[in-house]
Design a protein around this ligand. Structure first.
Ligand code: IPE
Length: 259
């Protein structure tokens, strides 16, 4: 089994509310179909999630009716993006089934408290392709909070122990500094926990509610414990996600677990 996360910055225009990148969604669906192996697919929320989640501080939860309304709006929005992704996957030949984290998962102060993996396991064993996504979910401490696609990748990696976990980003991989701010930053071919000191992490964009790059990298080290290979590749480059899933050597960053 292979696990893939399609980043929200590849699937959407991240700065323009609820704006899909339809051509990228279509192309990636076709690439995933051409891998011809059982997949579990996770996707991010991009501008269907981060903008309103940040504006209304949904990560912190809350119990006012304004907060609840905003949480419900974002839940509806991420489902709308998921619908576009699932439709594209089905047109590309998958039997894709959406599994919403708001139904199957509960957080406790931002960490996973419980997750019902049964729908993932059973749909997979029936030949369906489970598709899940960053979402607003219940949180025991906060009322509700935001669950990122990366957190879902970790839970699914733990449960399925896939051969490979591939993250499709809008850059070639992990660099010594943010390549969008420092064009001279070097791409790192492999990164282990010992390399963290080499990386200059800049503060996350204000609207990125699911946190810093450093936090994401630390989560990937955890994922690497459960998979044979964990990679970040550029989802905007044609066939890179496909080739990475097939186990070919591609431009990207391989995340290796600690000693
Ligand atoms: C974000 O999920 C979920 C919400 C904001 C509701 P991700 O953190 O996985 O999304 P991307 O990939 O960064 O867009």
């Amino acid at each position: 089994m292979l696990l893939v996360k399609l980043g929200g910055s590849v699937l959407t225009e991240k700065a323009r509310l609820r704006t899909p990148r339809r051509a990228a969604i279509r192309r990636l669906a076709a690439e995933l179909a051409s891998v011809r192996q059982p997949l579990v697919i996770v996707h991010g929320a991009g501008s269907y999630g981060h903008i309103l989640a940040s504006r209304h501080r949904l990560k912190d939860g809350g119990s006012t009716s304004a907060k609840r309304a905003a949480a419900a709006r974002v839940q509806a929005d991420v489902r709308e993006l998921d619908r576009l992704v699932v439709d594209a996957l089905n047109r590309a030949g998958f039997a894709a089934v959406p599994i919403a984290p708001s139904v199957v998962l509960t957080l406790d102060d931002g960490g996973v408290s419980t997750m019902d993996l049964t729908p993932f396991l059973e749909f997979s064993s029936l030949g369906f392709t489970p598709v899940t996504f960053g979402d607003v979910v219940r949180d025991l401490r906060r009322g509700f909070s935001v669950c990122s696609g990366d957190l879902l990748m970790l839970e699914l990696a733990r449960a399925f122990r896939p051969d490979r976990a591939v993250f499709a980003a809008d850059v070639d991989g992990l660099f010594t500094a943010d390549p969008k701010r420092r064009p001279k930053a070097d791409l790192l071919e492999t990164v282990s926990p010992n390399d963290l000191a080499k990386i200059e992490f800049s503060s996350p964009r204000r609207t990125d509610v699911t946190g810093s790059i450093e936090g994401k990298v630390r989560r990937m080290f955890e994922i690497a414990e459960h998979v044979d290979a964990c990679m970040i590749v550029n989802g905007n480059v044609k066939n890179r996600v496909r080739d990475a899933l097939r186990g070919k050597r591609v431009v990207g960053t391989r995340i290796v677990r600690g000693p």
